[in-house]
Ligand binder design. Structure first.
Ligand SMILES: Nc1ncnc2c1ncn2[C@@H]1O[C@H](COP(=O)(O)OP(=O)(O)OP(=O)(O)O)[C@@H](O)[C@H]1O
Length: 233
């Protein structure tokens, strides 16, 4: 069952100035699909297009799954200056219409997992970049959505937080959630993605499993994803 189906013919930030074109893919339940490509290739634009955050989009996007719910974890944390970490979680819970017991159970588990239990009543303006990022991840995980859309999660997370994040993601995939992840950390992408979409200059230049990407790049059978990246971009 597809939890996300995307068919963007073109999209951009102004009329008649398309940034991306012909980007089509789907994500099955439990699948992790990596969106990779050089700086300025159009990865964030693709994500914003499929989330409806861009005005000029020509195409179709379908969120499947049981309820068609998704969580978006942006690259740059979006936080309110005058609200504590805990108040952010409460706000998310009310937006998601989580019942109190479910909220408390999930929030406590996540805070502990990311070692932020003691910081819950503090304002995020005093948090480090990694702490702010963990906060955004916790907000995403609170919902237990059908699809996670995660833009560059690794920059800023320490090795332990990265491991915790990947474990949580793994649990969520076992539950049936699909993941679209944008990243430049190719050795991790190579390890965790079921399929990869490589975009360059606004279009898809290769997509499929790592094996299929190697073939499309004309790379050796055991070539790392980085080599395919260089060959195709
Ligand atoms: N808000 C915006 N208004 C106009 N043009 C934009 C805007 N955001 C991005 N662009 C342009 O769209 C193109 C693709 O940018 P995008 O942010 O999608 O790239 P990316 O693949 O996510 O890059 P990076 O790896 O650097 O994050 C770039 O040429 C960029 O200048």
């Amino acid at each position: 069952m597809a939890v996300l189906e995307v068919d963007i013919r073109k999209a951009g930030y102004a009329a008649d100035a398309e940034i991306i074109r012909n980007i089509a893919f789907s994500i099955e339940a439990g699948e992790l699909v990596g969106l990779i490509g050089p700086n300025g290739a159009g990865k964030s634009t693709t994500i914003k297009s499929l989330l409806g955050l861009i005005r000029y989009v020509d195409g179709s996007v379908n969120f499947g799954g049981e309820e068609g719910r998704y969580a978006y974890v942006p690259e740059q944390p979006v936080l309110y200056e005058y609200m504590t970490l805990w108040e952010h979680l409460q706000l998310a819970a009310s937006a998601y219409e989580l019942d109190e017991a479910t909220f408390l159970q999930r929030a406590e588990t996540m805070l502990e997992r990311f070692r932020l239990t003691g910081e819950r009543h503090k304002l995020p303006t005093g948090f480090s970049k990694g702490m702010q990022q963990k906060m955004m991840l916790i907000i995403g995980f609170l919902l237990k959505p059908d699809v996670y859309v995660v833009d560059e999660p690794f920059v800023g997370l320490d090795p332990r937080a990265t491991r915790d994040f990947l474990e949580l993601l793994e649990d969520e995939r076992r539950r049936g959630a699909g993941v679209l992840m944008c990243t430049h950390v190719l050795d991790t992408a190579e390890r965790i993605c079921n399929r990869i979409i490589l975009i360059n200059d606004g279009s898809v230049v290769a997509k499929g499993t790592l094996g299929e990407i190697r073939e499309q790049a004309g790379c050796a059978e055991d070539a790392p994803l980085t080599d395919c990246f260089y060959a195709l971009t």
